[in-house]
Design a protein around this ligand. Structure first.
Ligand code: IPE
Ligand code: IPE
Ligand code: MG
Length: 246
């Protein structure tokens, strides 16, 4: 396997984002309940965090629960939220040890306040010391949707411009991006989706404008370090032209 740390550093994506899909099918293939797949998915998260640290990826973001996922059966939603609780409790110290900063983004107004509290304390516990850079930012998108993010940014912008047409005329893409919840995170260089689905499912709509996409058939619980590193290998072969000619 290629060692990305020692190859051309510009080819290592700064921000890798993953749409973690296929847990239910993974469980069903084994004759188990869907939740069995969700709990195994946590191991893939651990593997991808470690692989990111090993390869020098600076931001790893994960789509864990979409706005649309609230429409799943109540029992599955509660199990997923419970798993989130457990994963935070179990993983925080390992993340801290590796120098990983944990962050969560999404519409928290829909989450159980106790979960929000657990998220906030994990974020505080993994925040780097003053003046220090984390090795990796691990960003979990929870109760998130791209349209929700764009709408909340548009509302902020409307309030900030307060009907002042001259201010509105000067608004550019950077001013808009500064109001998205991802304002301090670079746009993803590489977006991976597992489980063979080739769609964005209302994920980072604005931020994905120039991302490279990789759709793999592997189901999320089977996606480990090797799969992560071969995704980076695939990315290193891409030619990003941004509309220009070379
Ligand atoms: C991804 O796996 C986890 C979430 C969306 C929360 P799924 O639960 O969507 O698994 P499949 O796609 O039904 O196999
Ligand atoms: C997308 O997966 C959302 C997450 C991975 C969190 P879904 O399984 O919910 O997406 P669809 O329904 O197949 O588009
Ligand atoms: Mg799915």
């Amino acid at each position: 396997m290629e060692d990305f740390k020692n190859t051309e550093s510009g080819k290592v994506p700064r921000h890798v984002s993953i749409i973690m899909d296929g847990n239910g099918r993974w469980a069903q293939q084994r004759g188990k309940e869907r939740v069995f797949g969700h709990s195994h998915g946590v191991e893939s998260v651990r593997a991808c965090v470690e692989a990111s640290v090993e390869t020098g990826v600076r931001y790893l973001s994960l789509f864990a629960f979409s706005e649309e996922n609230w429409g799943r059966p109540q029992a599955e939603v509660s199990t997923l939220m419970g798993l989130m609780f457990k994963a935070i409790a179990d993983e925080v110290s390992a993340l801290k040890k590796q120098g990983v900063r944990f962050r969560t983004l999404g519409d928290f107004s829909r989450l159980d306040p106790a979960l929000v509290e657990a998220i906030r304390s994990a974020e505080a516990a993994t925040a780097p010391e003053e003046g220090k850079e984390p090795v990796l930012d691990l960003i979990v998108f929870l109760s998130y949707s791209g349209k929700w993010d764009i709408l909340q940014a548009a509302k902020k912008l409307a309030l900030d411009c307060a009907g002042d047409i001259s201010r509105l005329e000067n608004v550019g893409p950077d001013d808009f991006a500064a109001r998205l919840v991802t304002r301090d995170i670079p746009d993803p260089d590489l977006i991976i989706r597992t489980s063979g689905e080739s769609r964005l499912s209302n994920y980072l709509l604005w931020q994905a404008a120039y991302s490279e996409f990789l759709f793999v058939d592997t189901l999320w619980p089977d996606f480990g370090k090797e799969e992560f590193k071969s995704a980076l290998s695939e990315y290193s072969k891409r030619d990003r032209r941004y509309g220009k000619v070379k």
